[in-house]
Design a protein around this ligand. Structure first.
Ligand code: IYR
Length: 227
C-alpha cells in the first residue's frame, strides 16, 4: 500500500512506501561492522593486473550496487561505461598517457610531484590495456534530456565508493585513476557533452606477485573526533 506524509503547511505530499529496516541485534551490529572493516582493510589500489577475464556478471552487480548510492535530489547523475575491447582500451591508454606526459612534464608543481613520489607513478599507464575491463565513470550534468543534478561530485564520489567496495569483496582489484583533464573520455567512450568523465577505473585480478606501496592508514584517534 502507498501512504502519503503531510505536515500542516509542508510541501505537496508525495507517495511513500514503508521502509524495510535492517534489523540486527546490538551484538550483530558490532560483529558485522568489524567483519566489514576486516574486508575493507585489505582493499588496496593496484597497478599490476592479470589480463585474465572477469567472472561473468560481477561488473553488472557492482554497477547496480554503485547505483544504490544516495544522490542530490535523487537525480542519480552517473554513468558507468565499461570498456573491454582491446582497441578501445588502447585508444584510452594513448589519450590518457598524452595528458599524463603533460602533467608529469609541465603541469604538476614540484610539491605535487614530491607527494606522488612514494607511489612511484609516472606517465606510463599500461594497466589501461592490461586490465580486462576499465570502467569510466561520468558525471551527468544538465542537458537536453537530463535534469540539473545537485551535489554532483559528492553523489558520484559516493557511488564510486560503493563500486570499489563491491568489486573488492568480489575478489577483484581496482585502481582509481584520474587523468586530467578528462575531456578526451567523451570521445573515447562516445558520450555526449553533458557527461563529464570523473574516474577511470581498471578492474581485474591482481597480477601474480603484484606489489603495492608500503602504506599505513591513519589510526582511528587521528581521523575520528568524538565530542
Ligand atoms: N593523474 C596522475 C597523477 C596522480 C595524481 C594523484 I593526487 C595520485 O594519487 C596519483 C596519480 C596519474 O594518474 O598518474
Amino acid at each position: 500500500m502507498v501512504h502519503t506524509t503531510q505536515s500542516d503547511q509542508g510541501p505537496t505530499p508525495r507517495p511513500t512506501v514503508p521502509l524495510r529496516p535492517m534489523r540486527v541485534t546490538a551484538q550483530q551490529a558490532e560483529e558485522r561492522a568489524e567483519t566489514f572493516h576486516a574486508l575493507m582493510e585489505r582493499r588496496r589500489t593496484v597497478r599490476d593486473f592479470d589480463p585474465g577475464p572477469l567472472p561473468e556478471g560481477v561488473l553488472e552487480w557492482a554497477v547496480r550496487t554503485a547505483s544504490t548510492a544516495p544522490s542530490g535530489a535523487h537525480v542519480q547523475p552517473w554513468r558507468f561505461v565499461v570498456l573491454t575491447d582491446p582497441a578501445r582500451k588502447r585508444r584510452l591508454r594513448e589519450a590518457a598517457e598524452a595528458e599524463e606526459r603533460e602533467f608529469y612534464g609541465r603541469r604538476a608543481s614540484d610539491e605535487w610531484l614530491e607527494a606522488l613520489a612514494p607511489l612511484g607513478t609516472d606517465a606510463h599507464k599500461p594497466f589501461l590495456e592490461t586490465a580486462p575491463a576499465v570502467i569510466v565513470v561520468f558525471e551527468v550534468h544538465k542537458g537536453p534530456h537530463t535534469p540539473r543534478p545537485y551535489y554532483t561530485k559528492e553523489s558520484v564520489g559516493i557511488a564510486v565508493g560503493f563500486l570499489l567496495a563491491t568489486l573488492h569483496q568480489a575478489g577483484l582489484a581496482t585502481l582509481t585513476h584520474t587523468p586530467s583533464p578528462m575531456r578526451f573520455l567523451n570521445e573515447v567512450c562516445e558520450r555526449p557533452a553533458e557527461e563529464r568523465g570523473a574516474y577511470v577505473i581498471p578492474v581485474g585480478y591482481p597480477a601474480p606477485g603484484a606489489h603495492v606501496p608500503d602504506l599505513r592508514r591513519k589510526p582511528l584517534d587521528e581521523v575520528m573526533i568524538v565530542l
